[in-house]
Design a binder for this molecule. Structure first.
Ligand SMILES: Nc1ncnc2c1ncn2[C@@H]1O[C@H](COP(=O)(O)OP(=O)(O)OP(=O)(O)O)[C@@H](O)[C@H]1O
Ligand SMILES: [Mg+2]
Length: 268
């Protein structure tokens, strides 16, 4: 099973849209996908109209014995070929509860190890905040997808996110590669073109050489609670995410070659 984490500390850059759209693309190709909503705001769960689940990612964190948490206890089918572990607002309490506890950075990784045979790909949607949830999602990942809106302020946000990743200990980030994905790209706008050029020069090896275009179909798909592939399969947005997931599926799972200069604080 592949584990892809979608992360960026900058809000509103297309993380949740990327998570659901990659899931939609993979499921349309016959892959079995598990989504994990790791954002206490539960945007992904809400997108899929799951707003009253009694079992969420919070139960997984609180469990003393993960083997007791068999699905369908935690997994809800939400769209064709896609299951989700939903979020709720109790997740905001995790940082306070587990601040002093070691081992809490590995909860999601351990849980997913038990799901190995059931899914082809797990996609984790992160909150725009560094804490227990983001650390868990990064440690569990083989591939970290960083959506970045093609505009100046988002480039600054991206640079902070990359610094945060650099702060992880080598052992925490030894298993993942990074792919930066330009989102909400409008080729008619000079500002977008300039931001994309800058991404290419600043992150030559990590930037995916495609882009996700601005497409109003994403908003309409979210209103219907469907991945864009199931709402508008022939749209530009659907096609772009298909190209992205095809590329990511081919990405070799080799260790990140980037060297780290600083070492960190967070305990796993
Ligand atoms: N390519 C796109 N074209 C047009 N609209 C988009 C595109 N991608 C995302 N959006 C819209 O932008 C808004 C923000 O997207 P999204 O919720 O995915 O961002 P996010 O990074 O998850 O935000 P947050 O940090 O709050 O979790 C949503 O209304 C979404 O429909
Ligand atoms: Mg989101």
């Amino acid at each position: 099973m592949k584990v892809w984490t979608v992360v960026n500390q900058k809000g509103g850059v297309g993380k949740t849209t990327t998570a659901i759209s990659m899931a939609g693309s993979l499921s349309s190709q016959g892959y079995k996908v598990l989504l994990i909503d790791a954002d206490p705001h539960a945007s992904l769960s809400n997108y899929l109209n799951i707003d009253d689940s009694s079992h969420t990612l919070y139960d997984i964190f609180l469990s003393n014995d993960l083997t007791e948490l068999t699905d369908p206890c935690t997994h809800i089918s939400c769209a064709k070929g896609i299951d989700i572990v939903p979020a709720n607002s109790l997740l905001t309490t995790l940082d306070r509860q587990f601040a002093q506890e070691s081992g809490k950075g590995l909860v999601v990784k351990k849980y997913l190890a038990m799901m190995h045979e059931k899914y082809d790909v797990t996609i984790i949607d992160c909150p725009p905040v560094l804490g227990v949830l983001m650390v868990n999602a990064l440690v569990a990942a083989q591939l970290v997808v960083v959506p970045t809106q093609t505009e100046f302020l988002s480039l600054k946000g991206l640079s902070s996110m990359m610094q945060t990743i650099d702060l992880l200990t080598p052992s925490m980030r030894e298993n993942f590669k990074i792919k930066i994905v330009a989102t909400m790209f409008d080729k008619r706008l000079n500002a977008c073109q300039e931001a994309y050029k800058r991404l290419k020069s600043d992150y030559p090896s990590q930037l995916w050489r495609g882009y996700i275009p601005m497409d109003t179909k994403f908003r309409h798909a979210s209103e219907k609670g469907l991945p864009i592939q199931q709402f508008s399969p022939l749209s530009r947005g659907s096609y772009a995410y298909e190209k992205l997931t095809n590329k990511l599926m081919q990405t070799a799972l080799t260790k990140s070659s980037k060297q780290t200069t600083r070492v960190v604080t967070a305990s796993v």
